[in-house]
Design a binder for this molecule. Structure first.
Ligand code: SAM
Ligand code: DTB
Ligand code: SF4
Length: 346
């Protein structure tokens, strides 16, 4: 266990809030960079082992042909991206991929489907996959689109640990990106997931032409949920030719780091995942994100359909930074124990 000596016995001062105002969040995002990173890193150390990074692996179980019109997504049937549509993967392929992910050191295996929502018949097949992946000793996560309350309960009963469902952007900007569903639909699914007793994985995408105020708006929605999502994936848009957002003005990487830092301050306990977009990101930008409070990545050469840094490249980065790829549950638990131990010195 790699508990940093610098975190030991640090009392927690940052409280968990759910009443963040938009202006407050925008003010954080606009702080001088060093002040923002100093604050975010301080919060990070209060709640997490600063030298631990959790690794998750993604598998697309149903690729392409999605009826939704998300302007960023290569899997929408409405955009001509040249992506080959595929049928639902057979169970054995999913098990083989989970074994490979575990052998590479992943602690969580996430399956994704290009659906608006699963039908009950499709869900039956996914439930078998969840049972099988759990039997391999991995935490399970799924992202299948919108769910009914009953579907959320069935997923939980099968043993699903996390459900990923992103808000993607601010409520105000959402209509510019997606017209086939509304923000409320996303919030409803998140509530069903929570009520069913699953952990929530919810974040968004930056670099879609949104303003800083929109980024603040996204973070406000996440931070003011009744409970903070356990995982908050922050994606940098992967620009795919054929999607409406291909050619959009690129976001300044330092603005991306600012958003990660602000997410860490607003949601101290959550695991903040540096998600899509790492392939086009410098090691230095990623390093700043880890300093700012990111403590999870997707590992493996492919996300769902787009490239991700290869495993050797990531290992080399972690080695240079002294970051340990371990189960963050384990790491968070150990910090919890240290901080909350009755024998703790003041
Ligand atoms: N269809 C389901 C849904 O939309 O909820 C699950 C799969 S969908 C691909 C999962 C998430 O991937 C989206 O919510 C979005 O945040 C992210 N995503 C998709 N395309 C992306 C891209 N080109 N760049 C960055 N993130 C992307
Ligand atoms: C998330 O926030 N990012 C991941 C995961 N959740 C499912 C997906 C990224 C997808 C990037 C585009 C692709 O590979 O198709
Ligand atoms: Fe479909 Fe999900 Fe892609 Fe939207 S993000 S087009 S819902 S696969």
């Amino acid at each position: 266990m790699s508990q940093s000596i610098l975190t030991r016995s640090a009392p927690r001062q940052t409280s968990i809030r759910h009443d963040w105002q938009l202006d407050e969040i925008e003010a954080l995002l606009s702080l001088p960079f060093n002040d923002l990173l100093f604050m975010a890193h301080g919060v990070h150390r209060e709640y997490h082992d600063p030298n631990a990074v959790q690794i998750s692996t993604l598998l697309s179980i149903k690729t392409g042909g999605c009826p939704e019109d998300c302007a960023y997504c290569p899997q929408s049937a409405r955009h001509d991206t040249g992506l080959q549509r595929e049928r639902l993967l057979p169970l054995d392929d999913v098990i083989a991929a989970a074994r490979k992910a575990r052998a590479a050191g992943a602690s969580r295996f996430c399956i994704g489907a290009a659906w608006r929502n699963p039908t009950d018949k499709q869900l039956d097949k996914v439930l078998d996959m969840i049972v099988a992946v759990k039997a391999e000793g991995l935490e399970t996560c799924a992202t299948l689109g919108m769910l009914s309350a009953g579907q959320a309960r069935r997923l939980r009963a099968a043993g699903l640990d996390y459900y990923n469902h992103n808000l993607d952007t601010s409520p105000e900007y959402y209509g510019k990106i997606i017209t086939t569903r509304v923000y409320r639909d996303r919030l409803d699914t998140l509530a069903y997931v929570r009520d069913a007793g699953m952990h929530v994985c919810c974040g968004g995408i930056l670099g879609m032409g949104e303003t800083r105020r929109d980024r603040a708006g996204l973070l406000q929605q996440l931070a003011n949920l009744p409970e903070h999502p356990e995982s908050v994936p922050i994606n940098m848009l992967v620009q795919v030719e054929g999607t409406p957002l291909y050619g959009a003005e690129k976001l300044d990487p330092l603005e991306f780091v600012r958003t990660v830092a602000t997410a860490r301050i607003l949601m101290p306990k959550s695991i903040v995942r540096l998600s899509a977009g790492r392939d086009a990101m410098s090691d230095e930008t990623q390093t700043l994100c880890f300093f700012a409070g990111a403590n999870s990545v997707f590992y493996g050469e492919k996300l769902l359909t787009t490239p991700n840094p290869d495993v050797d490249q990531d290992r080399w980065l972690f080695e240079r930074l002294g970051l340990n790829a371990l189960s963050l549950h384990e790491a968070a638990f150990s910090v919890e124990k240290i901080n909350d131990a009755p024998s703790r010195r003041p």
